[in-house]
Write a protein that binds this ligand. Structure first.
Ligand SMILES: [Fe+2]
Length: 283
């Protein structure tokens, strides 16, 4: 009887995961930031001027930095130990602890630790090592150097436009929410958005800029993240199943968190597009 009951519960959870997964998947796929991102579509053509590439770099650097703070909030507000640790994997890796590949692979050594083109995109920070130069922000600093952007021009809120700030504040509010259902919805949305191809569009545009003008441009910050997102996309159903068994999980809040987070992401790209239209850039 007991076993039969367990099977019934499992089946019901599986059905719920499939139903919510389908709804959330539709929500993300049809959101304008995924279905029709004017800025990244344009950027992929390589039409951006150098000043526009610098502007993107500065705005992206503020988001990247604020993401670390949002991720810390997510860890602090985690509803259970498993979510807490999963959040820490991302947080510590952002800060410079390289992923130790699963069995069979070893941690790189020497320069291999520091070059995002060589460090692992999968594995765990547990038992791995910290390197200052492996922090994602430092990768971005190295990308930005040939564009004549230095440390004091990157990553601070004071460098952000109003649209970038809105995105950053929505990340802190929703992605880092104390409400687990809201935070999981935002997390789901961010991962699906990130896996939907915007990295590839930015990389395509940056390759043109690299060929045209800056052969020394190191694109590894962008290509590493693109590789990671391809892997994340494969894990999201598992994460959804884990979220749904959290105590007090609320599907409505999950979906609202996902929608509001995507609206925040949209504000970021719309801001960059509006800046392009009026000729605003970082000089
Ligand atoms: Fe990152």
């Amino acid at each position: 009887m007991r076993q039969k009951g367990d099977e019934m519960i499992t089946t019901s959870i599986e059905t719920d995961v499939l139903t919510l997964g389908a709804r959330a998947g539709e929500l993300v796929a049809h959101h304008r930031v995924v279905a029709d991102n004017t800025y990244t579509r344009w950027f992929a053509t390589g039409a951006a001027t150098t000043d526009e590439v610098r502007h993107l770099t500065v705005q992206f650097s503020v988001f990247s930095h604020q993401f670390v703070e949002a991720q810390l909030r997510k860890v602090i507000n985690a509803a259970d130990l498993q979510t807490y640790r999963a959040g820490k994997e991302i947080l510590m890796n952002e800060l410079g602890v390289i992923f130790k590949p699963p069995i069979g692979g070893g941690v790189g050594s020497g320069e291999g630790d520091l070059d995002p083109a060589l460090v692992a995109t999968d594995g765990s920070v547990d038992g791995s090592r910290f390197r200052f130069a492996a922090a994602h922000f430092e990768w971005l600093l190295r990308f930005a150097a040939p564009l004549n952007l230095g440390f004091d021009q990157l990553g601070k809120r004071r460098h952000a436009t109003a649209s970038t700030l809105r995105f950053c504040d929505e990340l802190l509010r929703i992605y880092g929410s104390e409400d687990a259902s809201t935070a999981e919805g935002a997390s789901y949305a961010v991962e699906h958005w990130a896996a939907a191809g915007f990295w590839k569009e930015l990389i395509a545009g940056l390759r043109v800029v690299q060929l045209r003008q800056y052969p020394e441009l190191n694109l590894a910050f962008w290509t590493w993240h693109d590789k990671v997102e391809d892997q994340h996309a494969a894990h999201t159903d598992d994460e959804l199943a884990q979220a749904m068994v959290l105590p007090g999980f609320d599907q409505g809040k999950f979906l609202a968190g996902a929608t509001e987070m995507l609206d925040g992401v949209q504000a970021f790209w719309d801001g960059l597009w509006a800046d392009h239209l009026v000729g605003r850039s970082t000089t």
